[in-house]
Write a protein that binds this ligand. Structure first.
Ligand code: AMP
Length: 318
């Protein structure tokens, strides 16, 4: 039986369903989990469905999260989206559920569920939820469609990246045809920025260093964060706005994370494969979009050297 039909059968069987995703929630993690919740409730209004994990205030427009309590471990189905490694599942211990399903588009790290759909050719976890919906009797509604569209737009950076395949456009086209959502409303929720946020972007562009092998990198310590009146999540997120700068084939923002007393690295590329370097530093991610946590800025400098080598190899080949 097709794996999506098997998943549908499990969803139908369980009265209570918990949906989880990775720590450090982004639009795809939130859009896929909240979108799936909407779709399940639209199909089976009497079920109890909970989306769990720490909320991210800057993405609260996507939807409200539920509070997890230990009783939910009993007799419920767990569906984990967008999370390849068990240690990064936010808010629940997957091993305490009797039945677990994982749907993900990252390269496999841990196998920790009974049913796993891993499709690295998919742009996003939200795209895989559309695959699930359109292969089964799950019913898409407008609110679920908005959330899934948000997730796809987030991970593809508005369909810029190569993994926006014909399949992505086909599924999105079907979503638009069936639900007629207002995409300008979605784009505004996601991309409307204050002038202060735009000034942060200018700070990065003005101060980023570029190596001879086209690696861009910048280190942001606590003094700079204070001076700019910003936080680690906001500043590292600017990595997504640097995609089409001619002089850089890969780029990384390092910023001090006071709460965790470590350095967050957000890395992007438009050619060199970067996730192997991220893994070397205990991080991970996709071939062109990765992240890691480092102990200090000395370690960050080592990572810069490794990323620079990867850029050199890439440039030698093209
Ligand atoms: P970010 O730069 O935080 O937006 O992350 C980009 C990608 O790298 C996402 O797919 C994350 O799941 C992955 N990623 C980020 N940080 C880590 C980490 N510390 N460990 C493993 N994967 C990570």
């Amino acid at each position: 039986m097709n794996v999506y039909k098997r998943i549908y059968r499990e969803i139908k069987k369980y009265q209570t369903i918990v949906i989880a995703r990775h720590i450090g929630a982004d639009p795809d993690a939130l859009g896929s989990t909240l979108g799936l919740k909407d779709v399940i409730l639209n199909t089976f209004p009497n079920k109890k469905v909970y989306t769990v994990g720490t909320p991210a205030s800057k993405h609260k427009y996507i939807g409200q999260l539920d509070t997890f309590d230990e009783s939910m471990y009993n007799n419920s189905l767990l569906i984990v989206l967008d999370t390849p490694d068990i240690k990064r599942v936010d808010g629940v211990d997957p091993l305490k559920f009797s039945k677990k399903i994982k749907i993900d588009h990252h390269p496999l790290v841990d196998k920790y569920c009974d049913i796993e759909v891993i499709d690295t050719s998919s742009s996003s976890a939200s795209q895989l939820i559309l695959e699930l919906v359109f292969s089964t009797k799950l019913k898409l509604n407008k609110s679920g469609a908005e959330k899934l569209f948000t997730g796809i737009v987030g991970d593809t950076n508005r369909f810029l990246f190569y993994y926006s395949s014909y399949r992505t456009f086909y599924l999105v086209s079907r979503l638009l045809k069936e639900t007629n959502i207002d995409i300008t409303k979605v784009y505004e929720s996601m991309y409307l920025k204050s002038i202060e946020d735009k000034k942060l972007q200018s700070y990065i562009v003005n101060n980023i260093k570029i190596t001879d092998y086209s690696l861009g990198y910048i280190m942001i310590n606590q003094d700079i964060l204070d001076e700019l009146n910003t936080d680690v999540a906001t500043i590292t997120n600017i990595v997504n706005d640097l995609t089409y700068i001619k002089e850089m084939v890969a780029w990384v923002i390092f910023a001090y994370d006071k709460a965790n007393n470590n350095i967050r690295a957000s890395i992007r590329s438009r050619g060199p494969i970067i996730n192997e370097i991220a893994s070397k530093y205990n991080g991970g991610g996709h071939i062109y979009a990765s992240g890691a946590r480092l102990d200090n800025f000395d370690e960050a400098l080592k990572m810069v050297e490794d990323l620079n080598d990867v850029c050199k190899t890439y440039l030698d080949k093209i």
